[in-house]
Design a protein around this ligand. Structure first.
Ligand SMILES: C=CC1=C(C)c2cc3[nH]c(cc4nc(cc5[nH]c(cc1n2)c(C)c5CCC(=O)O)C(CCC(=O)O)=C4C)c(C)c3C=C
Ligand code: FE2
Ligand code: FE2
Length: 353
């Protein structure tokens, strides 16, 4: 496809010295969770400290939680997590960071080719490039309006609200306020569902169909649902819409929740026991998709594609396929761009405004 060249304003003629295009005044901030800087205990410790001291993530009273965190948890977990990160690290860095950066670049290109003059930058809730650093940079460039889009299709206070909290806390420190817009979720967005369906469909065209499709979502404490978090309902809705689009019969697919942390009850059924039950009950081949993770990361590449595979195969399963995340899938980037354009409506993105 030919690239559309966007002429800088006031330079539509054949002038010999074109003025540089003024910087766009509108931006999209593509936010994800973030990763440690390196797969080492020394780099994982500050990352986990920041992550796990977020009151949106762990809702245990501070006086009880912080001594536990800075005692036993931050003494033991960094080394164990670092070894897991080391097993999936890419030459350019953590998969989550690599894919999130690539998604931002592709979104920038897609919007630019369609004539939208919008800055697109990625930002991480924990670690770098931090939300604060990216918002400072946008403010310094003269950006006036920011659309905050998150790599969490399903809303949870533990993730989505934590990003909005951080952005609002940054804004509260600014003399010159930005105009801000937030997208809470897109769990039922037709473009997102369609991109997932395409991903699964192509996997099956190449490798044939499994006996069972398991859709594994990140878990949260069950208590959060009782307190009104819509996360579980949104995960189940995403899964149903995808099953409908792929015309999957009842019994061929099921959902589970992974990555339980601590001893409290989290959303059930848990992924790993589910995989063991499937293996033991004679299901020969299982395919696992993680629709809640638009970018591959520790939770998909290590917990599912390595640990999950082992759990299934060791309990009697014969074949295990992990279907990769949406990552840089063109249908996904196009869905993301559509989502951005819809939420940018009313903001000047074609002229300097
Ligand atoms: C302790 C509580 C946690 C809650 C609640 C939680 C919710 C939650 N997380 C994601 C997405 C991701 N989590 C990732 C890693 C990760 N998650 C937790 C804990 C909670 N998550 C920890 C401690 C870690 C770090 C790794 C480890 O030590 O186990 C990641 C991957 C990050 C990466 O660098 O690859 C993602 C993505 C969602 C969507 C969610 C709630 C809906
Ligand atoms: Fe998590
Ligand atoms: Fe995990």
């Amino acid at each position: 496809m030919p690239r559309t060249v966007i002429a800088p304003e006031g330079n539509s003629g054949a002038s010999s010295s074109p003025l540089p295009a003024p910087a766009p005044h509108t931006a999209v901030l593509w936010c994800n969770l973030g990763s440690p800087e390196a797969p080492t205990a020394a780099a994982v410790r500050p990352y986990l400290a920041q992550f796990l001291s977020d009151p949106r993530v762990v809702e245990i009273p501070r006086a009880v939680w912080l001594p536990l965190l800075h005692g036993v948890i931050l003494r033991r977990r960094p080394a164990r997590s670092a070894a897991k990160y080391a097993s999936i690290w890419m030459p350019e860095g953590s998969p989550l960071a690599v894919w999130t950066r690539r998604q931002a670049a592709l979104l920038r290109g897609w919007l630019g080719e369609r004539g939208h003059r919008v800055r697109v930058v990625e930002a991480m809730r924990y670690g770098q490039p931090s939300l604060e650093r990216q918002l400072d940079a946008l403010q310094a460039e003269g950006v006036k309006r920011v659309l905050v889009l998150q790599a969490y299709p399903q809303y949870s206070a533990t993730t989505t609200a934590s990003v909005t909290d951080a952005v609002n806390a940054w804004q509260a420190r600014q003399r010159k306020q930005l105009e801000l817009r937030f997208v809470n979720d897109y769990h039922d967005d037709a473009g997102y569902i369609g991109a997932l369906a395409g991903r699964v469909h192509r996997h099956w065209q190449q490798h044939g169909r499994p006996d069972r499709l398991l859709m594994s979502f990140h878990g949260i404490p069950a208590r959060n649902i009782a307190l009104g978090d819509p996360y579980q309902a949104q995960c189940l809705r995403t899964a149903q819409l995808l099953a409908d689009q792929l015309q999957l019969p009842q019994g061929f697919w099921q959902c589970s929740f992974q990555s339980r942390f601590g001893r409290a009850r989290w959303l059930e059924p848990y992924t790993e026991p589910t995989l063991r039950e499937l293996g033991a009950s004679g299901v020969g081949r299982v395919d696992v998709l993680c629709p809640g993770f638009p970018a591959d990361c520790l939770e998909t590449l290590e917990e599912i594609a390595m640990e999950g595979r082992e759990a299934f195969l060791h309990s009697g399963g014969k074949a295990f396929h992990y279907i990769p995340a949406l990552n840089d899938d063109p249908a996904w980037i196009s869905a993301l761009a559509d989502l951005a354009v819809r939420h940018l409506a009313g903001w000047p993105t074609t002229a300097q405004g």
